[in-house]
Design a protein around this ligand. Structure first.
Ligand SMILES: Nc1nc2c(c(=O)[nH]1)N[C@H]1C(S)=C(S)[C@@H](COP(=O)(O)OP(=O)(O)OC[C@H]3O[C@@H](n4cnc5c(=O)[nH]c(N)nc54)[C@H](O)[C@@H]3O)O[C@H]1N2
Ligand SMILES: Nc1nc2c(c(=O)[nH]1)N[C@H]1C(S)=C(S)[C@@H](COP(=O)(O)OP(=O)(O)OC[C@H]3O[C@@H](n4cnc5c(=O)[nH]c(N)nc54)[C@H](O)[C@@H]3O)O[C@H]1N2
Ligand code: SF4
Ligand SMILES: [Mo]
Length: 703
């Protein structure tokens, strides 16, 4: 036993972003002395970013909710868990009995993906609730990746990941991993990994309307006009065919649809798209040639290419480029992790849920058991059979994170009943009738069920909770379990997420060599399972094992691209600027701004625009500007920055803690404004239903 005065060391994985950094935390009892990178973590080797140090702030935060809260005529009141569960179950059931099962909607936010208890318990909760009206942040993020994997490889969760540690040429489109630390590319210490490409004689190219922190470290940066990436990639593919640079390599017999693809890309020569993209045809040709000539190469496109009007086409073409240059499922190309806990189930030949239903109001496609979040407000506000009358949000803040946030606020206000499972009284949860507080961060055990599936190396690690939760606290999974039991009236069968995890590990790819929860518990720094290996033949889920390189749905979507007007000169005089988002090194989406150490200093929520654009409208650095779109208006200070492409302006996502009646006192001191007060929930990638944040047309003037 340790005396309370002894210094102890705790090892765990940071669960804030996708990078899975190992942490070494020194503490004396509940006092945290230091949070550092764990140099013995076999994956992150000591890498850490400033957000992990703030884990102690979230632990100690006085604004954190610690007991269930109920809205009353006299304000928020603490209630018992039992009373909360009883009331929620009876209201949900009552509403469902009167208006049908789907009258209760669910929204899941990003932290669900960083908590294995949620991942494992959510299916039970959904079964108990029995609604098809499910939404999540996935459709404000990476849905185009899943749809591409679904159609090309037969499994939405089989995501190709850049083999960054072995590649000789990396083309990064619409991602800023130096700041975001990588996404659908779990790669802690991505800066070092990019530098290593250069040190071994390779090249890094960034295509982005902003010369980003990543672009500044790259060998080459090319500006691109927002939302024209599909055209740019089509021109790359066109060049590969035209200049006979297609090399399928080991995939020669595994490709289905090559002729249709070659035919489909014929109209898109670099010369046809250069004006629209704001790039030269020569630059596009050169890139295609370099990618084809490199010993190994990988194209990696992310948020900038997903959350836009042609996100679906972009993620398809991203895969196509890797396949046609012989860089799919091969070293240094796009590869497939083999995680210890595998989300890709054997479902060969089984149809996916894409398009199984259409959303009631806008007829948007259902995928992966969800509808697009861009239509959540419509489903609440539009009367009729199937209308959502009650909601539960779980670890999400859609008022700030979903497109058209102000309309969603109206929608939440119009509900008969709303519940939020969250750690804060914030912009979303303030609309709830009952808030259920969960444990988080240092109080929870951790295993990455999702991000090991997207990681650039196979590893596995389990972290014990660092601090025991207080007697009245519940983990997210316990809340979900108890709600499910209350809804069904069933008895608890005692199954825990840890037991399910252990089962998954033992039956997984490494089960025969001793993988289990016990093994992981005995190795608190994590277990290395080696570099990614070619494995598509075993993992692909199409019936015949072939890659569909030209699924009909993408070929059809080219017509929408052609009709979009992108290829014509674009003079939008009412809204002459194009707004895009950026991420900041010291904030994570909407919820980390209640840490002093992360928000101290200058207001980072600025509108970046280049000198020429600022001159044109007479704005000076630091001046307050009004940004107006067809859906709303916000004020924020201008930051003149020649790293912006002409006509394009950028602001951070995840800010806007300036709403009344919230309780994030520190965030309210540095509120910023919400980009999603000007984005439009009507703007989506029509193919996948994903929100199109980027490319929002706006006007800018002095405030
Ligand atoms: N304009 C624009 N909008 C965007 C983006 C963009 O680039 N531009 N990015 C999009 C992307 S990629 C994403 S992923 C979404 C994110 O969208 P959301 O997931 O809706 O937003 P988050 O800020 O992650 O919300 C997390 C919520 O969970 C709470 N929370 C934190 N930890 C826990 C926990 O352990 N348990 C529980 N129960 N609650 C917890 C927080 O208080 C917060 O309310 O935003 C999207 N929105
Ligand atoms: N520090 C920090 N890290 C984070 C997060 C955070 O909030 N803060 N959020 C996490 C989450 S939820 C996610 S999903 C990941 C996302 O990680 P990334 O995908 O790396 O996301 P961003 O940093 O938003 O980078 C998107 C880039 O796309 C560019 N862009 C915008 N529009 C276009 C376009 O039309 N075409 C092209 N080519 N580029 C465009 C933007 O300028 C920006 O540089 O980051 C994760 N990591
Ligand atoms: S990069 Fe992500 S995982 Fe690593 S320390 Fe920062 S927030 Fe945590
Ligand atoms: Mo995200």
């Amino acid at each position: 036993m340790f005396a309370m005065t002894d210094t102890q060391t705790h090892y765990r994985t940071c669960n804030i972003c996708e990078a899975m950094c190992g942490l070494e935390i020194q503490h004396r009892g509940s006092e945290i002395l230091s949070i550092k990178g764990d140099s013995n973590d076999p994956f992150s080797h000591g890498h850490i970013c400033p957000k992990a140090v703030a884990l102690q702030d979230f632990y100690n935060d006085k604004d954190r909710l610690k007991a269930p809260m109920k809205r009353t005529a006299d304000g928020w009141q603490e209630i018992s868990w039992e009373a909360a569960f009883e009331e929620i179950a009876s209201r949900f059931r009552g509403i469902q009995q009167e208006h049908g099962q789907d009258a209760v909607g669910v929204y899941l936010g990003n932290p669900n993906a960083h908590n294995f208890g949620n991942a494992i318990m959510l299916p039970r909760f959904f079964k108990a609730l029995g609604t098809n009206n499910r939404y999540s942040s996935a459709s404000a993020d990476q849905l185009p990746h899943h749809v591409a994997s679904n159609y090309m490889l037969g499994a939405g969760m089989l995501i190709p990941v850049p083999d960054i540690d072995h590649t000789d040429f990396m083309l990064i489109i619409g991602a800023n991993p130096i700041v975001s630390n990588g996404s659908l590319m779990t790669a802690p210490g991505v800066g070092k990994r990019l530098k290593a490409i250069q040190q071994r004689g390779g090249k890094v190219v960034v295509v982005d309307p902003r010369r980003t922190e990543t672009a500044r470290k790259a060998d080459q940066h090319l500006f691109i006009r927002p939302e024209t990436d599909a055209l740019f990639m089509l021109a790359m593919v066109h060049t590969l065919f035209e200049e006979q640079l297609v090399t399928l390599g080991h995939l020669e017999d595994r490709i289905d649809g090559l002729e249709q693809l070659a035919e489909a890309v014929k109209p898109y020569s670099p010369e046809t798209v250069e004006a629209a993209c704001g790039m030269t045809a020569e630059a596009i040709r050169e890139l295609a040639q370099e990618m084809a000539a490199a010993k190994s190469a990988v194209c990696y496109s992310r948020m900038g290419a997903s959350t836009q009007s042609f996100g679906g086409l972009c993620q398809w073409l991203n895969n196509v480029l890797n396949i046609l240059t012989g860089n799919f499922d091969s070293r240094g190309g796009a590869m497939f992790p083999q995680p210890a806990f595998d989300l890709v189930r054997d479902k060969k030949g089984k149809p996916s849920s894409y398009g199984r239903y259409e959303s009631r109001v806008r007829k948007l496609p259902y995928f992966n058991n969800e509808f697009p979040v861009a239509t959540l407000a419509d489903e609440i506000l539009t009367p009729g059979e199937g209308q959502i009358r009650a909601m539960i949000t779980i670890a999400g803040n859609p008022v700030l994170s979903a497109p058209g946030g102000t309309r969603l606020e109206d929608a939440f206000d119009a509900l008969d009943f709303m519940v939020s499972v969250d750690i804060y009284l914030n912009e979303t949860t303030r609309h709830a009738d009952i808030i259920l507080p969960a444990t988080t961060g240092l109080e929870v055990p951790h295993f990455d069920v999702f991000f090991n599936s997207f990681a650039v190396r196979n590893t596995a690690k389990f972290s014990e909770p660092m601090f025991e939760k207080a007697p009245n606290q519940k983990h997210d999974w316990e809340i979900l379990r108890d709600l499910a039991l209350q809804l069904t009236g069933l008895e608890d069968d005692g199954v825990t997420p840890e037991a399910m995890l252990d089962l998954g590990l033992k039956h997984g790819a490494y089960g025969k060599v001793g993988m289990s929860l016990e093994t992981l518990k005995a190795n608190p720094h994590g277990v290395d399972l080696g570099p990614l290996q070619p494995c598509l033949a075993q993992r692909i889920q199409t019936e015949d094992g072939k890659i569909r390189i030209a699924p009909e749905l993408y070929l059809k979507d080219l017509k929408r691209l052609d009709a979009s007007g992108l290829l014509q000169a674009d003079e939008n005089s009412d809204y002459p600027f194009t707004l895009i988002s950026r991420r900041l090194p010291r904030s994570h989406n909407t919820w980390t701004q209640n840490s002093h150490r992360l928000v101290k200093g200058k207001n980072p929520c600025t509108l970046q625009m280049n000198t020429a654009d600022a001159l044109k409208i007479g704005l000076e650095d630091g001046q307050l500007a009004t940004v107006t779109s067809a859906s709303g208006s916000i004020n924020l200070p201008v930051e003149i920055d020649d790293d912006m492409f002409e006509g394009v302006i950028s602001m951070p996502q995840g800010w806007g803690h300036n709403r009344p009646d919230t309780a994030m006192s520190i965030a309210e001191g540095q509120p910023g404004v919400s980009m999603n007060d000007v984005t439009d929930s009507g703007r989506i990638d029509a193919l996948t239903g994903n929100a199109a944040f980027n490319g929002t047309r706006v006007a800018v003037r002095a405030a």
